[in-house]
Design a protein around this ligand. Structure first.
Ligand SMILES: Nc1nc2c(c(=O)[nH]1)N[C@H]1C(S)=C(S)[C@@H](COP(=O)(O)O)O[C@H]1N2
Ligand SMILES: [Mo]
Length: 261
């Protein structure tokens, strides 16, 4: 299967600036000159930022180059206090695009009544959560931009529980390195703890004020506006806190693990 199977033409990529800044800083490192040259020949996404990048093949390749960035460097550059931009309701992309490693007809049907979220690993709190228990926790919402490595971006409106709040309630060891997230469609990904605790990282239960529909990840999606689309898992059924590198579905096929800014 091609990693870049779709070329949606009607979305604008206007943000990705922090990733670009990382890229520019990285260019100063002589050990990465070759990579730097490659990035430069791509014209610099920073300069393209704000332009209509639809049908621009360089977007795919530019994002792909960025995905080669060293995870450690990205981790060091990550600023836990820096917020991703938020947008007014008028800027929400309608309809918000669907994407997965399969077609929309194959979206998994998760049964709300029997659904349970499992928490395991370095966490000594409650290990099983029902949907009602998650809905009873304090809720927040955000309108942020989702950027997919395939070369499109879109603004969406998600609501749910602040992940740092959830992790605390689940008794997670927040000094652990990773949080891995396993999904009903056997997709999985994993994130660094600083991103897990970032104020905009949200365990979402709603989309645009309604229960999260199946296509957007019912019953829950972890939404991180600081990370690329593939790091935002839908249909999460299990969460594990660990110091052992968990990888991910796309990450194990060559996508950059940190995948964000
Ligand atoms: N469970 C699961 N989560 C997933 C994926 C997937 O295939 N399965 N695809 C990822 C990718 S690449 C993108 S761009 C977003 C798309 O989310 P959306 O359908 O809400 O736009 O989901 C991400 N999370
Ligand atoms: Mo994606």
């Amino acid at each position: 299967m091609s990693l870049f199977k779709k070329k949606p033409s009607d979305f604008l990529l206007t943000h990705g600036d922090s990733i670009i800044k990382d890229a520019q800083r990285e260019l100063k490192n002589p050990a990465r000159r070759l990579l730097g040259k490659r990035l430069l020949t791509l014209g610099g996404i920073a300069m393209l930022s704000g332009c209509d990048l639809s049908n621009d093949k360089s977007v795919d390749s530019a994002l792909r180059q960025i995905s080669f960035f060293n995870d450690r460097v990205q981790g060091l550059l990550f600023d836990p206090n820096e917020m991703a931009p938020t947008y007014p309701e008028s800027m929400i992309t309608r309809p918000f695009p669907f994407n997965a490693f399969y077609d929309i007809d194959d979206v998994p049907e998760v049964d709300a009544a029997t659904y349970k979220l499992q928490v395991s690993g370095l966490a000594k709190g409650k290990q099983t959560w029902t949907l009602d228990e998650l809905r009873a926790l304090p809720q927040e919402s955000q309108i942020t931009r989702h950027i997919c490595i395939e070369g499109w971006s879109a603004i969406g409106h998600w609501g749910g529980v602040r992940f740092s709040d959830f992790l605390r309630r689940a008794g997670a060891d927040t000094s652990a390195k990773y949080v891995s997230l396993h999904c009903a469609d056997n997709y999985w990904t994993s994130i660094d703890m600083p991103t897990a605790l970032h104020a905009q990282t949200l365990l979402t239960l709603t989309y645009d004020g309604d229960v999260l529909p199946p296509k957007y990840g019912f019953p829950m999606k972890l939404r991180m506006p600081t990370k690329l689309g593939y790091k935002n898992p839908k249909h999460i059924v299990a969460i594990s806190v660990t110091n052992t590198y968990p990888g991910g579905y796309w990450e194990n096929q060559g996508y950059n693990w940190f995948g964000g800014s």
